[in-house]
Design a protein around this ligand. Sequence first.
Ligand SMILES: Cc1cc2nc3c(=O)[nH]c(=O)nc-3n(C[C@H](O)[C@H](O)[C@H](O)COP(=O)(O)OP(=O)(O)OC[C@H]3O[C@@H](n4cnc5c(N)ncnc54)[C@H](O)[C@@H]3O)c2cc1C
Length: 391
Amino acid sequence: MSGVGPAKTAEIAAKVEAFVRDVVAPYEKDPRRDHHDCPTEELVVELKEKAREAGVLTPHILPDGSHLSQRETAIVLEKTGLSPLGPLACNTAAPDEGNMYLLGKVGSAEIKDRFLKPLVEGRARSAFFMTEPAADNGAGSDPSMMLTTCRLDGNHWVINGRKAFITGAEGAKVGIVMAKSEDGACMFLVDLPDPAIRIERVPDTIDSSMPGGHAVIAIENLRVPADQMLGASGEGFRYAQVRLSPARLSHCMRWLGACRRANEIATDYACRRQAFGKTLIDHEGVGFMLAENLIDLQQASLMIDWCAGVLDAGHLGTAESSMAKVAVSEAQFRIADRCVQVMGGSGVTKDTIVEQVFREIRSFRIYDGPTEVHKWSLAKKIKRDWKDAQA
Ligand SMILES: Cc1cc2nc3c(=O)[nH]c(=O)nc-3n(C[C@H](O)[C@H](O)[C@H](O)COP(=O)(O)OP(=O)(O)OC[C@H]3O[C@@H](n4cnc5c(N)ncnc54)[C@H](O)[C@@H]3O)c2cc1C
């Protein structure tokens, strides 16, 4: 992926950073929250309008439809992450960002016009339907356990099954649904809402920045025109793979911004607050925590840049994105935890975003592949490579 070059990237990133710090951050205390403590649709629309006015809506996709390179995207998405509301305002949040990337890569001209355009323009939200309820023993860490079925009936596919943890399904206008035909996994584009896609419940979760929460869904005789299948029957996992590495990495990018901001807040606290006759940072225990944060932030940034470079070179980056995802999400969890600790009681209050970053980063060690699953797949690769070396 060629991108726009360092100068243009720096210009976009600076504009985004100023917008997120000056315009978005003051909204962090805005009381407009839904029954799951997520920002309301009204608040999100208002923030997107401000981003549109500031010229920073969907900043990683240019007006001609071209996408920044992954390394450039990393620089820009990190800036959107400086506030938990930043990705929503700038239209770089999950799952929309990953869904836009996928449709931009593999969608037909008609699919792009109908489903991608409203997403890029920030006029619609989307949801990605893959995971299934653990209670049904459906797809989770192991997507091959998928129970949702699709069968061809005339020129329509008929889909039945249940899904879980579907971020943003409530309120989304575009859905990407995965189901299994006789040929294997399939991927469909659907208009939402649809009476055949019923929200059973939206469980209360640890996080509070994703509009619509994470729904449990029943899909009952959903009829999808055949031309709304992405690619061919049985190719669904191949397309999921296209989305997987970049989407994993973009979570790392946004959370890096959030961790940087949390670290700024904790540093400010440690440099002002006194205890036992000196400022906190002058106590070695505190200074070391902030030093370790600096090291983890730098390592995370380098891992992201390295993996982004692999993707830009045209590789799928499956192993690299597993390594990056594990290293970065685990480092970010440590950073957020240290920020809370440095700030004492203030760290667990909602007076700053530190508490929210700490809560939400916990889930990132699970979604887009739990740490253990990535390590397990890397171990399989190590064994394969060892065997090849013996042959
Ligand atoms: C906040 C959030 C948002 C999400 N959004 C979406 C979404 O929009 N769309 C969607 O489709 N899904 C979504 N998910 C689902 C997510 O992708 C799954 O939670 C994840 O794939 C794990 O599946 P599971 O929860 O069923 O855990 P399980 O498969 O039950 O695994 C539980 C644990 O078992 C361990 N484990 C599993 N396999 C192995 C292994 N091979 N080796 C070692 N340990 C292992 C891991 O520690 C893992 O955490 C979301 C999840 C969360 C938490």
